[in-house]
Design a protein around this ligand. Structure first.
Ligand code: TPP
Ligand code: MG
Length: 892
């Protein structure tokens, strides 16, 4: 048969289609959905063999995934829940409207929660289990802009005072207020997860769910059926992070993970996909990634109409409209719906003929129908073998009417006029009269009202209130002196890098009786770069399925060992994902009551530079642990060039308030910092975390001389005194990280060739010095009558003679920012500019941070002070072999 003889699709007789559909229905009735699905699968295979080119589609029709007949019974009191939800809607709206009446432009969002109220309330009344002594509880990532709804509910629950509601977005008011969005830093007893930077929470939720499994597989927590819920906006899914890790979730079979996407088809400016269908697009992405996808598109009112539609015309029509059309349709009159939606086919018109226009206008969407939402959530929590995403259709600004329901401006709507307020009040049955209602008072029914009783009873049944954050872990007790002691002794001439020294410490920590099990090494496919491959064998790489294959290198000592109880999180090439694991592990002290200590080691250039917003979220979340910026230092990482050589991260680290940043030069400095960090975070419970740069340049690690621990932690200490302190020409040199060695060489050149006696300081943290300087300055400003305090750096340099020169492998701004607390002018050498593919010596020459340039800078400072002749400096330039006309690294 050639192509000519086929009937063209649009000529297929309706009766033929009808026959096929009827036979499928009869199979469904007699044998059930599994058999029907098997037949369809076989039919598809048969068609392929017959040479039919079937179009690929990961989509299902534009209909509810769960048909009405398979819906479970709604277990709650639907009417009562509607009343409670209406009160929450009102209070959420009231807090935004009131805040903006008091302070124009203070902001806040009404329409996000308005669209998501049912999605949350079904969760609060029936699904979200609280954390308690007996049960770890479900973990919920709330959509940031829906925060007013969570506050309004907590107000009804009696957990938030009217005063706090009144001060929404005005946190500094007496009595305290409420933060605009979920911020554990600002509300540490309430919010657990910061979500408002879009795209972070879906990724964090995936890794949280995976980390929960890790804790179970390693025996650190009991196996439970606790779920991780993440609520996202449909617009939010455009952030690359949102969908970036969805295949990890299915690969890891995370049936403890549920995404709920609030598909109101709108974002801030307008429709998410005016010319397309965001729901279908998301469905195919998630189905393609093997997620269980549940679409909740149509409310119960549609069910009888769909039932009458035996030919499937309505579902077909539903799939034809683009979102821009839908956006208009759902806020239009019944007559408009009849004409523009059903009017496309007389048979469709016939379907709705018995319904008056008013009924057509009231055809609800799935995301506003508690029964549909309940059915979806139930199916999601019961689903086994993989994650679930619920795509729930809603209306943005639901209930706002003329004030913005479904309108493009709705996201920014913060004010309602009197008429609009009255309308909202009436629509949701808030018991306020016309006059009272325009004052937008908060409304909480009496404690013994059935609403409050019901709400409390539901939460009690689910274990208590949520969201609620508390620190549930017990502090560590040991001081770990023994553990770190050996690293204070130096390497006895053996050349090692600080990275190797760190790995040695990590290996030792992994064996420690108290913290060994708690250590979580995290690497984004860089373990070999950092010489950590020996850990593969000793502690194993975590794999939820163990190792199903014999590794190719099984006969070698350091083979690639994956194990179900493996300790290393080898995340592959995803700094964002690794950071999400870091956050999950570093906040487990609160989420799970477990003091896991993450060590996330990565290419330092791909840290702050790439995933700074996750680091910011980690800070907000009071995450504990150590970030290790590996292969760091613009001139210390040789060969890799412009993209890899990091001279920036310590500057970027300045911006994170509770992050302590160190650039140690020697193993003992690292040991001191690690030991103190573990003490401060896990014994004293401080909400801080650490950034430590480690380098790959090998050199002999000296032993710790004298009691310099305090100086290491405060940011600087004198490492080596001048060999001839009586000399007339004096200098103080400051070095950090691997550049400290260049400074030490300069000290020698200055001494032997130029008669300059220089003391050398190891500056372990410019950030610590900066913070201390500012703090001291501020205290003095606020306490003018008291004895002025002196910054630590000023104290260190109080009686030190000579010129001041600093050199680091980072931007010059680091030493410059603390120079105002130094006794005299400072000359700074640093690595501003783009890196180069070169060896260390050439790089240090290019960036002018090697011992010769440090020598030159010192001589030049002495000349500026009139201590030596210009000719000496001139001669030095020649003797040191410096080309004065070399290119400027900053701009070349
Ligand atoms: C990373 C980031 N970019 C931009 C914003 C600003 N922003 C806040 S809400 C919003 C629109 C949200 O749309 P959607 O995700 O669909 O949520 P909806 O409010 O519609 O539920 C935008 C752009 C943000 N919070 N985070
Ligand atoms: Mg949206």
């Amino acid at each position: 048969m050639d192509n000519e003889t086929y009937t063209h699709p649009h000529q297929i007789e309706d009766v033929e289609i009808q026959e096929w559909l009827e036979s499928l229905d009869s199979v469904l009735d007699s044998s059930g959905p599994e058999v029907a699905s098997e037949i369809l699968e076989r039919l598809r295979a048969h068609a392929t063999v017959a040479g039919i080119d079937l179009p690929f589609s990961a989509n299902t029709p534009y209909a509810n995934t769960i048909p009405a007949r398979l819906e479970p019974l709604f277990p709650g009191d639907q009417e009562l829940e509607r009343r409670i939800k209406s009160l929450i809607r009102w209070n959420a709206l009231a807090m935004v409207v009131r805040a903006n009446r008091v302070e124009h432009n203070i902001g806040g969002h009404i329409s996000t929660y308005a669209s998501a109220a049912t999605l949350y309330e079904v969760g609060f009344n029936h699904f979200f289990r609280a954390r308690s002594e007996e049960f770890e509880g479900d973990t919920v990532y709330f959509q940031g802009h829906a925060a007013p709804g969570m506050y309004a509910r907590a107000f009804l629950e009696g957990r938030i005072s009217p005063q706090q509601l009144e001060n929404f977005r005005r946190e500094l008011k007496p009595g305290g207020g409420l933060s605009s969005y979920p911020h554990p830093w600002l509300m540490p007893n309430f919010w657990e997860f910061p979500t408002v930077s879009m795209g972070l929470s879906p990724l964090m939720a995936i890794y949280q769910a995976r980390f929960n499994r890790y804790l179970e597989d390693r025996g650190l927590k009991p196996v439970t059926d606790a779920k991780v819920w993440a609520f996202l906006g449909d617009g939010e899914t455009d952030e690359p992070e949102s969908l970036g890790a969805i295949t990890l979730a299915s690969r890891e079979k995370l049936d403890n993970l549920i995404f709920v996407v609030n598909c109101n088809l709108q974002r801030l400016d307008g429709p998410v996909r005016g010319n397309g269908q965001i729901i279908q697009e998301l469905e195919s992405a998630f189905r393609g990634a093997r997620w269980n996808v549940i679409k909740v598109l149509w409310g119960s009112e549609w069910d009888p109409i769909l039932e009458r539609d035996t030919e499937g015309l309505l579902v077909k029509r539903m799939g034809e409209l683009v979102d821009g059309e839908y956006q208009k349709l759902v806020v239009s009159s019944g007559a408009y719906v009849r004409e523009h939606f059903f009017g496309s086919d007389p048979r469709l018109l016939q379907l709705v003929e018995p319904l008056p226009d008013e009924a057509l206008r009231r055809l609800r969407l799935g995301g506003h129908d508690p029964r549909k939402v309940y059915a979806a959530y139930k199916a999601a929590v019961d689903h086994k073998g993989g994650p679930t995403v619920i795509l729930a259709r809603t209306i943005k600004g639901y209930g706002l009417g003329e004030a913005g329901e479904g309108k493009n401006v709705t996201h920014q709507q913060k004010k309602l006029n009197e008429e609009e307020l009255r309308e909202f009040r009436s629509r949701f049955g808030i018991p306020l009269n016309d006059d009272d209602c325009v004052e937008v008072p908060f409304y909480r029914p009496a404690e013994d009202s059935i609403e409050i009783q019901y709400l409390r009873a539901r939460r009690e049944a689910l274990g208590g209130y949520t969201p609620k954050r508390s620190v549930r872990s017990k502090p560590l007790v040991a001081d770990h002196d023994e553990l770190f002691k050996e690293f204070f002794d130096g390497s006895e001439g053996r050349e090692v890098s600080t990275t190797m020294a760190f790995v040695g410490m990590l290996r030792k920590m992994l064996k420690d009786p108290e913290i060994g099990k708690l250590v979580v090494p995290i690497v984004p496919d860089e373990a070999r770069t950092f010489g950590m491959e020996s850990l593969f064998r000793t502690v194993g790489i975590y794999s939820s399925v163990g190792q199903k294959y014999e590794p190719v290198d099984v006969n070698t000592l350091l083979y690639y060992k994956e194990a179900k109880d493996g300790q290393i999180l080898e995340e592959g090439i995803t700094e964002a994902g690794s950071m999400a694991s870091f956050i999950a592990a570093g906040s487990a002290y609160a989420t799970h009551g477990i003091n896991t200590i993450p060590f996330f080691i990565y290419y330092s250039m791909f840290g702050f530079q790439r995933i700074a917003d996750f680091i910011w979220a980690a800070a907000d979340m009071r995450t504990r642990g150590f970030l290790l910026g590996g292969t760091s230092g613009r001139t210390t990482l040789s060969g890799e060039g412009l993209q890899h050589q990091d001279g920036n991260s310590h500057v970027l680290a300045l911006s994170v308030p509770n992050l302590r940043a160190y650039d140690p030069a020697f193993a003992y400095e690292m040991a001191v910092i690690l030991q103190d960090g573990i003490r401060r975070m896990y014994r004293d419970g401080e909400s801080i975390f650490y950034y430590i740069t480690v380098m790959n340049e090998p050199y002999a690690m000296p032993a710790m001389q004298g009691d310099v621990k305090d100086g290491i932690l405060k940011g600087m200490y004198r490492y080596r005194q001048a060999p001839t302190p009586k000399s007339k020409l004096r200098a103080q040199l400051f070095g950090s990280g691997a550049i400290l060695n260049e400074v030490l060489r300069a000290q020698e050149i200055l001494d032997t060739k130029y008669g300059v006696a220089a003391d050398v300081w190891s500056v372990t943290s410019y950030k610590e010095l900066y913070v201390d300087g500012n703090e001291t300055e501020r205290w003095n400003r606020l306490h003018p009558g008291e004895k002025a305090r002196i910054p630590y750096i000023t104290k260190c340099l109080a009686d030190t003679p000579g010129v001041l020169v600093a050199a680091s492998d980072y931007l010059k701004t680091l030493p410059n920012m603390v120079s105002k607390w130094m006794p005299r002018r400072l000359a700074s050498l640093g690595t501003d500019g783009f890196g180069r593919s070169e060896g260390r010596a050439s790089l240090r020459e290019f960036f002018e941070v090697d011992s010769r340039f440090i020598t030159l800078a010192t001589l030049h400072e002495l000349h500026t002070d009139g201590k030596i002749e210009g000719s000496v400096v001139d001669q030095a330039i020649k003797d040191l072999g410096i080309n004065p006309d070399k290119p400027n690294p900053v701009i070349s």
